[in-house]
Design a protein around this ligand. Sequence first.
Ligand SMILES: [Fe+2]
Ligand SMILES: [Fe+2]
Length: 292
Amino acid sequence: MDNSPTDPLKKANAKTWDGLSRLAFATDWNPETAIDWSRPIELGAIKEGWINILQYFYEGEWQGLEIIQRLMNKAAHLFDTGEMVTYYSTQCYDESKHLFVFRTYLHKLNAPPAKQKAFDPLVFLATRGPLPVERWILATYFTETLAATIFQRTLELDAVDATGKEMIRLMLKDESRHIAGTRLGVQTLMAHSGRFKTALLKLWWRLFVRLAVREVRKLKHHGDQVGMDPEAILQKTFAKMKGLEEFDGKFLSDDFARGFLQGSAAAGESEPEPRTHQGDGHPEPASSTSAS
Ligand SMILES: [Fe+2]
Ligand SMILES: [Fe+2]
């Protein structure tokens, strides 16, 4: 995995909700002007696969935005942390910008977003029933880390055009902050969960992650068309999540998760993020990560 000093995922280093909000204010970008939309988009052979992947991303951004709106206030009350609402408002704003750029880009390719309801069952599972806030935060740790990993891979692909890379690079910076925020959320929920609740959440996580992995694998055909291997993406995603030590011990210790982590080690991926010990919030800036 990319562990270089220029890794955009290493830049978000705020250790508090307000710190992350301020970082968001300081790094705001205008989706209408930050990208040169006048440039023609040439895609060649990857066009069909790339458009299909972006359609899923558009849907994912939409669902992500909808869930945050629904649960951020509940989360702030549950953990008695009003600053969460401020932070999650910045994340809503980010996701709405991501929707704008995906929509604009897809329109330029004459492939306007078509709602595929691809993730509706996952969203339903993640937000209904008991412990919705906790299950949402855990699910988001996977989805934000996955999105960032895919964005990073996209930037390595020669076939993706300059406009596509420009928008992905901007979104990756936001995603880096979102991962940092999600890590804070995961640490908060682990600190508020006793043995019984943790056992329930582990069951939930195991179910969710299996379903999510299945969805990612369904995209193999499109991935092959653009040069993106779902298994490699999944291995990197699990390796990044492992960076949160307490989470690793509690949620990544079963054979399913270990399979991806072993695959990632065998592929020579270094551990992407420094281990973060419970209670110290986030890794230090030099080693800190972020998320997507
Ligand atoms: Fe996003
Ligand atoms: Fe995000």
